[in-house]
Write a new protein. Structure first.
Length: 475
Protein backbone atom coordinates (compact mmCIF):
# COMPACT_ATOMS: atom_id res chain seq x y z
CA UNK A 1 0.00 0.00 0.00
CA UNK A 2 1.63 3.24 -1.20
CA UNK A 3 -0.96 5.56 0.26
CA UNK A 4 -0.37 9.31 0.36
CA UNK A 5 -2.13 10.92 3.30
CA UNK A 6 -2.81 14.65 3.48
CA UNK A 7 -3.44 15.59 7.09
CA UNK A 8 -5.04 18.87 8.13
CA UNK A 9 -4.41 19.54 11.80
CA UNK A 10 -3.28 22.39 14.02
CA UNK A 11 -1.40 22.37 17.33
CA UNK A 12 0.10 25.02 19.56
CA UNK A 13 0.65 25.94 23.19
CA UNK A 14 -2.74 27.69 23.06
CA UNK A 15 -4.95 24.92 21.63
CA UNK A 16 -2.81 21.99 22.77
CA UNK A 17 -1.25 19.05 20.92
CA UNK A 18 -3.95 16.39 21.32
CA UNK A 19 -5.24 16.54 17.74
CA UNK A 20 -1.72 16.29 16.34
CA UNK A 21 -0.83 13.41 18.65
CA UNK A 22 -3.77 11.27 17.55
CA UNK A 23 -3.14 12.05 13.85
CA UNK A 24 0.45 10.92 14.37
CA UNK A 25 -0.82 7.78 16.10
CA UNK A 26 -2.85 7.01 12.97
CA UNK A 27 0.19 7.59 10.76
CA UNK A 28 2.36 5.34 12.92
CA UNK A 29 -0.15 2.53 12.59
CA UNK A 30 0.35 2.64 8.80
CA UNK A 31 4.09 2.20 8.18
CA UNK A 32 3.72 1.93 4.41
CA UNK A 33 2.29 5.40 3.90
CA UNK A 34 3.79 8.82 3.43
CA UNK A 35 1.94 11.62 5.21
CA UNK A 36 2.07 15.35 4.59
CA UNK A 37 0.87 17.46 7.51
CA UNK A 38 -0.72 20.83 6.71
CA UNK A 39 -1.04 23.38 9.51
CA UNK A 40 -1.23 27.10 10.11
CA UNK A 41 1.55 26.54 12.66
CA UNK A 42 5.09 25.32 12.03
CA UNK A 43 4.85 21.73 13.28
CA UNK A 44 7.97 20.25 11.71
CA UNK A 45 9.77 19.65 15.02
CA UNK A 46 6.65 18.35 16.77
CA UNK A 47 5.94 15.91 13.95
CA UNK A 48 9.53 14.71 13.97
CA UNK A 49 9.15 13.85 17.66
CA UNK A 50 5.80 12.07 17.24
CA UNK A 51 6.09 9.94 14.10
CA UNK A 52 8.37 6.98 13.57
CA UNK A 53 9.62 7.78 10.07
CA UNK A 54 10.12 10.69 7.68
CA UNK A 55 7.02 12.62 6.79
CA UNK A 56 6.71 16.14 5.44
CA UNK A 57 4.94 19.23 6.74
CA UNK A 58 3.68 22.38 5.07
CA UNK A 59 2.91 25.56 6.97
CA UNK A 60 -0.18 27.29 5.55
CA UNK A 61 -0.61 31.04 5.48
CA UNK A 62 -4.32 30.60 6.13
CA UNK A 63 -6.53 27.56 6.73
CA UNK A 64 -8.39 27.84 3.40
CA UNK A 65 -5.11 27.37 1.49
CA UNK A 66 -5.31 23.65 2.26
CA UNK A 67 -8.29 23.26 -0.08
CA UNK A 68 -6.06 24.24 -3.03
CA UNK A 69 -3.66 21.43 -2.06
CA UNK A 70 -6.34 18.73 -2.41
CA UNK A 71 -6.81 16.71 -5.61
CA UNK A 72 -9.33 14.12 -6.77
CA UNK A 73 -8.95 10.73 -5.00
CA UNK A 74 -6.61 12.16 -2.37
CA UNK A 75 -6.96 10.55 1.04
CA UNK A 76 -7.40 13.38 3.54
CA UNK A 77 -7.45 13.27 7.35
CA UNK A 78 -8.95 16.24 9.20
CA UNK A 79 -8.85 16.65 12.97
CA UNK A 80 -9.90 19.81 14.80
CA UNK A 81 -12.81 21.89 16.02
CA UNK A 82 -12.35 24.93 13.76
CA UNK A 83 -13.26 23.31 10.43
CA UNK A 84 -16.92 23.98 9.63
CA UNK A 85 -19.27 22.23 7.22
CA UNK A 86 -18.35 24.61 4.40
CA UNK A 87 -14.70 23.60 4.77
CA UNK A 88 -15.55 19.90 4.54
CA UNK A 89 -17.88 20.47 1.59
CA UNK A 90 -15.19 22.32 -0.39
CA UNK A 91 -12.86 19.31 0.00
CA UNK A 92 -15.67 16.83 -0.66
CA UNK A 93 -16.55 18.61 -3.92
CA UNK A 94 -12.99 18.02 -5.11
CA UNK A 95 -13.80 14.28 -4.90
CA UNK A 96 -11.18 13.60 -2.26
CA UNK A 97 -11.86 10.91 0.34
CA UNK A 98 -12.11 12.39 3.82
CA UNK A 99 -11.44 10.71 7.16
CA UNK A 100 -12.59 13.01 9.94
CA UNK A 101 -11.47 12.49 13.54
CA UNK A 102 -14.12 14.09 15.73
CA UNK A 103 -15.44 13.91 19.28
CA UNK A 104 -18.13 16.62 19.26
CA UNK A 105 -20.71 15.72 16.55
CA UNK A 106 -21.68 19.39 16.40
CA UNK A 107 -21.66 20.04 12.64
CA UNK A 108 -22.77 18.59 9.32
CA UNK A 109 -20.05 16.19 8.14
CA UNK A 110 -19.91 15.60 4.36
CA UNK A 111 -17.10 13.06 4.80
CA UNK A 112 -16.39 9.43 3.98
CA UNK A 113 -15.38 8.24 7.45
CA UNK A 114 -15.86 9.49 11.01
CA UNK A 115 -13.56 8.15 13.73
CA UNK A 116 -14.55 8.98 17.28
CA UNK A 117 -12.82 7.01 20.07
CA UNK A 118 -15.04 8.52 22.77
CA UNK A 119 -17.48 6.05 24.37
CA UNK A 120 -21.16 6.95 24.26
CA UNK A 121 -21.40 8.27 20.70
CA UNK A 122 -23.64 6.69 18.06
CA UNK A 123 -24.09 7.34 14.35
CA UNK A 124 -27.46 8.92 15.20
CA UNK A 125 -25.54 11.73 16.94
CA UNK A 126 -24.12 12.78 13.57
CA UNK A 127 -25.54 14.55 10.54
CA UNK A 128 -23.50 13.33 7.60
CA UNK A 129 -23.74 11.75 4.14
CA UNK A 130 -25.82 8.63 3.54
CA UNK A 131 -22.59 6.83 2.62
CA UNK A 132 -20.55 7.97 5.62
CA UNK A 133 -18.96 5.14 7.61
CA UNK A 134 -18.66 5.28 11.40
CA UNK A 135 -15.89 3.89 13.58
CA UNK A 136 -16.94 4.83 17.08
CA UNK A 137 -15.87 3.96 20.61
CA UNK A 138 -12.81 2.65 22.38
CA UNK A 139 -12.24 -0.07 19.77
CA UNK A 140 -10.85 2.78 17.66
CA UNK A 141 -8.72 4.47 20.33
CA UNK A 142 -6.04 6.44 18.49
CA UNK A 143 -3.12 5.31 20.60
CA UNK A 144 0.56 5.48 19.79
CA UNK A 145 2.17 2.11 19.08
CA UNK A 146 3.91 1.78 22.45
CA UNK A 147 0.58 2.23 24.21
CA UNK A 148 -1.14 -0.25 21.92
CA UNK A 149 1.43 -2.77 23.09
CA UNK A 150 0.77 -1.93 26.74
CA UNK A 151 -2.97 -2.27 26.21
CA UNK A 152 -2.46 -5.80 24.89
CA UNK A 153 -0.69 -6.94 28.07
CA UNK A 154 -2.94 -8.36 30.82
CA UNK A 155 -0.88 -6.88 33.69
CA UNK A 156 2.06 -4.55 34.22
CA UNK A 157 4.46 -4.34 37.21
CA UNK A 158 3.76 -1.20 39.24
CA UNK A 159 5.69 0.89 41.77
CA UNK A 160 3.38 0.88 44.79
CA UNK A 161 1.70 4.26 45.45
CA UNK A 162 3.54 5.92 42.57
CA UNK A 163 1.85 8.86 40.81
CA UNK A 164 1.99 10.16 37.24
CA UNK A 165 0.86 13.73 36.47
CA UNK A 166 0.46 15.05 32.93
CA UNK A 167 -1.84 17.64 31.34
CA UNK A 168 -0.79 17.24 27.74
CA UNK A 169 1.45 19.29 25.51
CA UNK A 170 0.56 22.80 26.69
CA UNK A 171 -1.59 22.95 29.87
CA UNK A 172 -2.66 26.61 29.43
CA UNK A 173 -4.35 26.77 32.87
CA UNK A 174 -1.37 25.21 34.66
CA UNK A 175 -3.41 22.38 36.14
CA UNK A 176 -0.09 20.56 36.51
CA UNK A 177 0.91 22.71 39.46
CA UNK A 178 -2.53 22.43 41.07
CA UNK A 179 -2.41 18.63 40.83
CA UNK A 180 1.15 18.54 42.17
CA UNK A 181 0.22 20.64 45.21
CA UNK A 182 -2.74 18.39 46.00
CA UNK A 183 -0.60 15.27 45.63
CA UNK A 184 2.17 16.56 47.91
CA UNK A 185 -0.24 17.71 50.59
CA UNK A 186 -2.04 14.36 50.60
CA UNK A 187 1.13 12.45 51.67
CA UNK A 188 -0.34 9.38 49.95
CA UNK A 189 2.26 8.80 47.24
CA UNK A 190 5.70 7.23 47.50
CA UNK A 191 7.01 9.03 44.42
CA UNK A 192 5.60 11.52 41.93
CA UNK A 193 6.53 11.88 38.27
CA UNK A 194 5.42 15.04 36.44
CA UNK A 195 5.57 15.16 32.65
CA UNK A 196 5.62 18.55 30.94
CA UNK A 197 4.85 18.92 27.24
CA UNK A 198 6.66 21.01 24.68
CA UNK A 199 4.08 23.79 24.93
CA UNK A 200 4.26 24.15 28.73
CA UNK A 201 5.10 27.81 29.42
CA UNK A 202 4.63 28.13 33.19
CA UNK A 203 7.05 28.10 36.09
CA UNK A 204 6.32 25.49 38.74
CA UNK A 205 6.37 27.30 42.08
CA UNK A 206 5.88 24.24 44.25
CA UNK A 207 8.86 23.29 46.43
CA UNK A 208 10.55 20.57 44.40
CA UNK A 209 13.11 19.66 47.03
CA UNK A 210 10.93 16.81 48.21
CA UNK A 211 13.12 13.99 46.96
CA UNK A 212 10.28 11.85 45.58
CA UNK A 213 9.35 14.35 42.82
CA UNK A 214 10.81 13.98 39.32
CA UNK A 215 10.07 16.44 36.51
CA UNK A 216 10.25 15.11 32.94
CA UNK A 217 10.13 17.32 29.84
CA UNK A 218 9.37 16.41 26.22
CA UNK A 219 9.55 12.65 26.67
CA UNK A 220 9.66 10.55 23.52
CA UNK A 221 6.90 8.00 22.99
CA UNK A 222 8.83 4.97 24.26
CA UNK A 223 10.13 6.91 27.28
CA UNK A 224 6.60 8.03 28.12
CA UNK A 225 5.19 4.51 27.77
CA UNK A 226 7.96 3.01 29.90
CA UNK A 227 7.37 5.54 32.66
CA UNK A 228 3.59 5.15 32.60
CA UNK A 229 3.78 1.37 32.64
CA UNK A 230 5.42 1.59 36.08
CA UNK A 231 2.98 4.10 37.63
CA UNK A 232 0.09 2.95 39.81
CA UNK A 233 -1.94 6.17 39.84
CA UNK A 234 -2.29 9.20 37.59
CA UNK A 235 -3.81 12.68 37.51
CA UNK A 236 -4.78 13.62 33.95
CA UNK A 237 -7.57 15.41 32.01
CA UNK A 238 -10.24 13.53 30.05
CA UNK A 239 -8.34 13.81 26.78
CA UNK A 240 -6.11 11.45 24.81
CA UNK A 241 -3.78 11.10 27.79
CA UNK A 242 -6.62 9.37 29.70
CA UNK A 243 -6.72 6.65 27.03
CA UNK A 244 -2.97 6.19 27.38
CA UNK A 245 -3.40 5.84 31.15
CA UNK A 246 -6.02 3.13 30.66
CA UNK A 247 -3.75 1.35 28.18
CA UNK A 248 -0.88 1.53 30.70
CA UNK A 249 -3.08 0.09 33.49
CA UNK A 250 -2.85 3.30 35.54
CA UNK A 251 -5.65 4.08 37.98
CA UNK A 252 -6.45 7.64 36.87
CA UNK A 253 -7.88 10.62 38.67
CA UNK A 254 -9.51 12.73 35.98
CA UNK A 255 -11.86 15.59 35.17
CA UNK A 256 -12.37 18.35 32.63
CA UNK A 257 -11.48 22.02 32.52
CA UNK A 258 -12.45 23.04 28.97
CA UNK A 259 -15.90 22.75 27.41
CA UNK A 260 -15.00 20.29 24.64
CA UNK A 261 -13.87 17.75 27.26
CA UNK A 262 -17.24 17.79 29.04
CA UNK A 263 -18.97 15.02 27.07
CA UNK A 264 -15.83 12.86 27.03
CA UNK A 265 -15.64 13.26 30.81
CA UNK A 266 -19.30 12.31 31.28
CA UNK A 267 -19.11 9.16 29.14
CA UNK A 268 -15.90 7.85 30.72
CA UNK A 269 -17.38 8.57 34.16
CA UNK A 270 -20.40 6.39 33.31
CA UNK A 271 -17.99 3.54 32.57
CA UNK A 272 -16.13 4.08 35.86
CA UNK A 273 -12.89 4.63 33.96
CA UNK A 274 -11.43 7.07 36.50
CA UNK A 275 -11.70 8.52 39.98
CA UNK A 276 -13.79 11.68 39.62
CA UNK A 277 -12.05 15.02 40.11
CA UNK A 278 -14.80 16.98 38.27
CA UNK A 279 -13.33 20.44 37.48
CA UNK A 280 -9.74 19.49 38.40
CA UNK A 281 -9.57 22.18 41.06
CA UNK A 282 -7.32 21.75 44.08
CA UNK A 283 -10.34 20.78 46.22
CA UNK A 284 -11.69 18.27 43.68
CA UNK A 285 -8.31 16.60 43.15
CA UNK A 286 -7.66 16.41 46.91
CA UNK A 287 -11.06 14.80 47.45
CA UNK A 288 -10.42 12.30 44.63
CA UNK A 289 -7.07 11.32 46.14
CA UNK A 290 -8.84 10.34 49.35
CA UNK A 291 -10.96 7.87 47.36
CA UNK A 292 -8.21 6.15 45.36
CA UNK A 293 -8.25 2.94 47.39
CA UNK A 294 -11.98 2.51 46.69
CA UNK A 295 -11.47 2.50 42.92
CA UNK A 296 -11.79 -0.77 41.00
CA UNK A 297 -10.80 -0.18 37.36
CA UNK A 298 -11.68 -2.23 34.28
CA UNK A 299 -8.51 -2.23 32.22
CA UNK A 300 -9.87 -4.52 29.50
CA UNK A 301 -11.88 -1.72 27.86
CA UNK A 302 -8.94 -1.00 25.52
CA UNK A 303 -7.77 -4.24 23.94
CA UNK A 304 -4.70 -3.09 22.00
CA UNK A 305 -6.19 -4.05 18.63
CA UNK A 306 -7.31 -0.63 17.44
CA UNK A 307 -4.24 -0.32 15.19
CA UNK A 308 -5.26 -3.48 13.38
CA UNK A 309 -8.78 -2.12 12.90
CA UNK A 310 -7.54 1.25 11.67
CA UNK A 311 -5.21 -0.36 9.13
CA UNK A 312 -8.16 -2.26 7.63
CA UNK A 313 -10.19 0.94 7.55
CA UNK A 314 -7.58 2.97 5.67
CA UNK A 315 -6.80 0.15 3.25
CA UNK A 316 -10.49 -0.15 2.38
CA UNK A 317 -10.85 3.60 1.79
CA UNK A 318 -7.59 3.72 -0.18
CA UNK A 319 -8.76 1.27 -2.83
CA UNK A 320 -12.27 2.67 -3.37
CA UNK A 321 -11.23 4.57 -6.50
CA UNK A 322 -10.38 1.27 -8.21
CA UNK A 323 -14.09 0.44 -8.42
CA UNK A 324 -16.93 2.08 -10.35
CA UNK A 325 -20.69 1.77 -10.16
CA UNK A 326 -23.24 2.05 -12.97
CA UNK A 327 -26.90 1.38 -13.64
CA UNK A 328 -27.76 -2.25 -14.35
CA UNK A 329 -28.48 -3.03 -18.01
CA UNK A 330 -30.10 -5.88 -19.93
CA UNK A 331 -26.64 -7.27 -20.69
CA UNK A 332 -26.29 -8.05 -16.95
CA UNK A 333 -29.03 -10.70 -16.98
CA UNK A 334 -26.68 -13.68 -17.23
CA UNK A 335 -24.15 -12.58 -14.61
CA UNK A 336 -26.82 -11.60 -12.09
CA UNK A 337 -28.56 -14.95 -12.69
CA UNK A 338 -25.28 -16.73 -11.91
CA UNK A 339 -24.75 -14.70 -8.73
CA UNK A 340 -28.30 -15.16 -7.52
CA UNK A 341 -28.15 -18.94 -7.71
CA UNK A 342 -24.72 -19.39 -6.21
CA UNK A 343 -24.74 -21.54 -3.06
CA UNK A 344 -23.13 -18.79 -0.94
CA UNK A 345 -25.78 -16.29 -2.05
CA UNK A 346 -28.72 -18.61 -1.40
CA UNK A 347 -27.39 -19.41 2.10
CA UNK A 348 -28.37 -15.94 3.36
CA UNK A 349 -31.29 -15.32 0.97
CA UNK A 350 -34.81 -15.20 2.38
CA UNK A 351 -35.86 -17.86 -0.12
CA UNK A 352 -33.47 -20.79 -0.50
CA UNK A 353 -35.03 -22.20 -3.68
CA UNK A 354 -33.22 -22.30 -7.02
CA UNK A 355 -34.39 -19.53 -9.37
CA UNK A 356 -35.21 -20.68 -12.95
CA UNK A 357 -33.64 -18.51 -15.65
CA UNK A 358 -36.97 -17.46 -17.21
CA UNK A 359 -38.21 -16.31 -13.80
CA UNK A 360 -35.01 -14.36 -13.22
CA UNK A 361 -35.15 -12.79 -16.70
CA UNK A 362 -38.72 -11.54 -16.27
CA UNK A 363 -37.95 -10.23 -12.77
CA UNK A 364 -34.68 -8.56 -13.83
CA UNK A 365 -36.16 -6.79 -16.86
CA UNK A 366 -39.04 -5.49 -14.74
CA UNK A 367 -36.62 -4.11 -12.16
CA UNK A 368 -34.32 -2.21 -14.54
CA UNK A 369 -37.31 -0.66 -16.33
CA UNK A 370 -39.19 0.34 -13.17
CA UNK A 371 -39.21 3.94 -11.95
CA UNK A 372 -39.59 2.50 -8.44
CA UNK A 373 -36.26 0.68 -8.52
CA UNK A 374 -32.65 1.86 -8.64
CA UNK A 375 -30.44 -1.07 -9.64
CA UNK A 376 -26.65 -0.67 -9.78
CA UNK A 377 -23.69 -2.86 -10.76
CA UNK A 378 -20.28 -2.55 -9.07
CA UNK A 379 -17.36 -3.02 -11.47
CA UNK A 380 -13.65 -3.64 -11.16
CA UNK A 381 -11.96 -2.41 -14.34
CA UNK A 382 -15.33 -2.63 -16.15
CA UNK A 383 -15.89 -6.24 -14.96
CA UNK A 384 -19.11 -6.68 -12.96
CA UNK A 385 -18.43 -8.01 -9.44
CA UNK A 386 -21.57 -7.17 -7.48
CA UNK A 387 -24.94 -5.46 -7.40
CA UNK A 388 -26.99 -3.25 -5.11
CA UNK A 389 -30.67 -2.50 -5.57
CA UNK A 390 -33.06 -0.04 -3.96
CA UNK A 391 -36.76 -0.90 -4.26
CA UNK A 392 -38.83 2.22 -3.54
CA UNK A 393 -42.34 2.05 -2.09
CA UNK A 394 -44.26 4.40 0.21
CA UNK A 395 -41.22 6.68 0.57
CA UNK A 396 -39.05 3.75 1.74
CA UNK A 397 -36.02 2.47 -0.21
CA UNK A 398 -35.25 -1.16 0.65
CA UNK A 399 -31.72 -2.40 0.00
CA UNK A 400 -30.74 -5.72 -1.55
CA UNK A 401 -27.12 -6.41 -2.44
CA UNK A 402 -24.77 -9.24 -3.33
CA UNK A 403 -21.20 -9.79 -4.40
CA UNK A 404 -19.77 -12.21 -6.90
CA UNK A 405 -18.83 -15.32 -4.85
CA UNK A 406 -15.15 -15.10 -5.86
CA UNK A 407 -15.05 -11.63 -4.30
CA UNK A 408 -16.38 -12.63 -0.89
CA UNK A 409 -14.11 -11.96 2.09
CA UNK A 410 -12.19 -9.11 0.46
CA UNK A 411 -13.89 -6.24 2.24
CA UNK A 412 -15.70 -5.17 -0.92
CA UNK A 413 -19.12 -5.16 0.72
CA UNK A 414 -18.32 -1.76 2.25
CA UNK A 415 -17.31 -0.33 -1.13
CA UNK A 416 -20.49 -1.69 -2.74
CA UNK A 417 -22.68 -0.27 0.04
CA UNK A 418 -20.93 3.11 0.04
CA UNK A 419 -21.10 3.63 -3.69
CA UNK A 420 -24.71 2.45 -3.74
CA UNK A 421 -25.73 4.87 -1.00
CA UNK A 422 -23.89 7.69 -2.78
CA UNK A 423 -25.96 7.01 -5.92
CA UNK A 424 -29.17 6.74 -3.91
CA UNK A 425 -28.51 10.10 -2.26
CA UNK A 426 -28.75 11.76 -5.68
CA UNK A 427 -32.38 10.57 -5.96
CA UNK A 428 -33.66 11.00 -2.41
CA UNK A 429 -35.36 14.35 -2.93
CA UNK A 430 -36.73 13.69 -6.43
CA UNK A 431 -38.26 10.38 -5.36
CA UNK A 432 -39.37 11.55 -1.92
CA UNK A 433 -37.41 8.86 -0.06
CA UNK A 434 -37.66 9.29 3.72
CA UNK A 435 -36.33 5.93 4.94
CA UNK A 436 -33.55 3.65 3.69
CA UNK A 437 -33.73 0.14 5.12
CA UNK A 438 -32.46 -3.40 4.77
CA UNK A 439 -33.43 -6.81 6.18
CA UNK A 440 -30.73 -9.19 7.43
CA UNK A 441 -31.05 -12.71 8.82
CA UNK A 442 -29.74 -13.16 12.37
CA UNK A 443 -27.00 -15.53 11.19
CA UNK A 444 -25.65 -13.20 8.48
CA UNK A 445 -22.94 -11.62 10.64
CA UNK A 446 -21.08 -9.96 7.76
CA UNK A 447 -24.17 -8.02 6.65
CA UNK A 448 -25.03 -7.08 10.22
CA UNK A 449 -21.59 -5.53 10.69
CA UNK A 450 -21.85 -3.78 7.33
CA UNK A 451 -25.14 -2.05 8.13
CA UNK A 452 -23.82 -1.06 11.57
CA UNK A 453 -20.69 0.37 9.95
CA UNK A 454 -22.87 2.70 7.89
CA UNK A 455 -24.82 3.91 10.89
CA UNK A 456 -28.15 2.12 10.40
CA UNK A 457 -30.27 1.65 13.51
CA UNK A 458 -31.30 -1.92 14.28
CA UNK A 459 -34.71 -3.37 15.09
CA UNK A 460 -35.54 -7.01 15.73
CA UNK A 461 -38.25 -8.77 13.74
CA UNK A 462 -39.31 -12.43 13.87
CA UNK A 463 -36.32 -14.11 12.17
CA UNK A 464 -34.24 -11.15 11.11
CA UNK A 465 -33.03 -7.64 11.83
CA UNK A 466 -34.41 -4.53 10.18
CA UNK A 467 -31.78 -1.82 9.68
CA UNK A 468 -33.05 1.72 9.04
CA UNK A 469 -31.88 5.26 8.30
CA UNK A 470 -33.99 8.40 8.18
CA UNK A 471 -32.76 10.37 5.15
CA UNK A 472 -33.72 13.74 6.67
CA UNK A 473 -30.62 13.50 8.87
CA UNK A 474 -28.35 13.08 5.90
CA UNK A 475 -29.66 14.82 2.79
Amino acid sequence: MNTQLKIRVDASSTIGFGHLTRCCALVNSLPEIHATFFSTENLAESIHQLVSSDHSSICLEKSEDFIDQVNENDLVVIDGYTYDSTYFEAIHHKRARIICIDDLADRYFPVDVIINPTPGFFAANYKALLGTQYFLGLDYALLRNSFQELAGKPTLPKIKNSLFICFGGSDPLNKTEIALKAAINSTVFSEIHVVLGQGYSHEILVDLNWKQITIHSNLQETEMATLMSQMEFGIVPTSGILLECLAAKIKPISGFYIENQKFVYAEHLKLNNFIDASDLSYTSISSAIQNINLFEPTFTIIDGKSTERLVKLVRAIEKEHQYTIRLAAETDIDITFKWANDEATRKYAFSKEFIPFENHKAWFLSKISSTECLYFILCEQAKPIGSIRFDIKDKIATISYLLSPEHHGKGLGAILMKKGLEELEKHVKSKGIEIVQGYVLFENLASIKLFERFGFSKETESTMYLFKKNTSRYV
